[in-house]
Design a protein around this ligand. Structure first.
Ligand SMILES: NC(=O)CC[C@H](N)C(=O)O
Length: 364
């Protein structure tokens, strides 16, 4: 048998052995697991995974390579990938690189040959926690010392948000949206462009005054990495804009909207990541199968003192999945209607945003 050359070390001294792929540097990340069966390229390039080591529970990763059109951002910032079997000889006519090559390019370490089922149970039992990805020669004691000394940074949004505004136009636009980019996935822009929306993408720390000057028909707040409490400037901007424009938020954007109305968020034990989470739409009485990627959730009791009502509930653990306030023309969801990867049951939410803007705009 080939000799293990890499390992994972946890703060409690637990170790998991495997083999190297991608970058070979050491890294401390927060470990999480994702149950999606496909979509490793979109997961790699989803900025919300910044500083996180993602364990893929699906056993085979890399087999269809990397396709130019499938990136969610061109500069992947995922912390690390931990997989069962890694296939370095993809078979796919659209593929232009292997997963390992792209990870090397962006300094993202990978480890394969790990018992991902055991590791996932460990995360489920003990919760998301810090992990060191390192060489097999690093001793457990040294690894534990490194973990003790290293905190996961809280600057993730400023790292992945664009430094300047830019336009993502479309043919014959009907609406103009200002999208606050906290680490936005490309499929959100594609989903808006497809519905005749010209999008002005702005950095996370854009002020309410600047957004007003852009005269949008609607405001969008994106997904993004880290704790929503780490971006008070975005919460403040949204608070100032309450009731002024139809507003839609996804994932981190949803948490920011709720915080801006005075609700509270808390961290889940191990989060929701995958493409098969059932969510109930309370208004329609229908169930959607959703794509998810989050650690934090909105506290349902804290919503009672706000004008927001709960519109969607997670059927696995009853957590809040969506809120709305009709008066202020604002709504948001914790999950990912843009999917990428994942089921497309929830695309109607983008249509709802369009309808809201249409109502305000009239027939003009
Ligand atoms: N995908 C996201 O926007 C994630 C939101 C937030 N970083 C969380 O983990 O809950």
């Amino acid at each position: 048998m080939k000799k293990f050359n890499r390992k994972l070390i946890f703060e409690d001294g637990n170790e998991y052995l495997g083999y190297s792929f991608g970058d070979t540097g050491d890294k401390v990340c927060e470990i999480v697991f994702n149950t999606s069966m496909v979509g490793y390229q979109e997961i790699l390039s989803d900025p919300s995974y910044t500083y996180q080591a993602v364990v893929m529970t699906y056993p085979l990763i890399g087999n269809y390579g990397m396709a130019e059109d499938d990136y969610e951002t061109k500069h992947p910032s995922l912390g690390a990938f931990i997989v069962g079997e890694y296939n370095d000889t993809p078979s796919n006519f659209r593929s232009t690189a292997t997963l390992g090559e792209v990870m090397k390019q962006y300094g993202i370490p990978g480890i394969y040959g790990v018992d991902t089922r055991k590791l996932t149970r460990y995360i489920r039992n003990f919760g998301s926690r810090k992990v060191l990805i390192t060489d097999v020669s690093t001793t457990k004691e040294d690894g534990m010392k490194i973990l003790e000394k290293t905190d996961i940074p809280t600057d993730a949004v400023s790292k992945v948000s664009p430094k300047e505004s830019y336009h993502a136009n479309t043919q014959n636009p009907k609406f103009h949206i200002v999208a606050i980019d906290c680490g936005m996935k490309q499929n959100i822009v594609r989903s808006l462009n497809k519905r005749k929306c010209a999008v002005t993408v702005v950095p996370y720390n854009t002020t309410a005054e600047y957004i007003r000057k852009l005269s949008p028909d609607g405001v969008f707040i994106s997904n993004g990495p880290g704790d929503p409490g780490d971006v008070p400037e975005v919460i403040e901007t949204i608070r100032k804009l309450h009731g002024e424009y139809p507003t839609f938020g996804i994932c981190l954007g949803h948490q920011i909207i709720c915080l801006s109305y005075g609700a509270q968020c808390y961290k889940l034990k191990f989060g929701h990541r995958g493409g098969n989470h059932p969510v109930k739409n309370m208004q329609a009485g229908k169930i959607e199968i959703t794509s998810q990627n989050h650690s934090y959730a909105v506290d349902s009791d804290s919503l009672k003192n706000t004008p927001l009502e709960i519109t969607h509930i997670n059927l696995l653990d009853n957590t809040v999945e969506g809120v709305a306030c009709e008066k202020d023309k604002v709504f948001s969801v914790q999950y990912h209607p843009e999917s990428a990867p994942g089921p497309e049951d929830s695309g109607y939410l983008f249509d709802r945003f369009i309808e809201m803007m249409q109502e305000v705009k009239g027939d003009a």
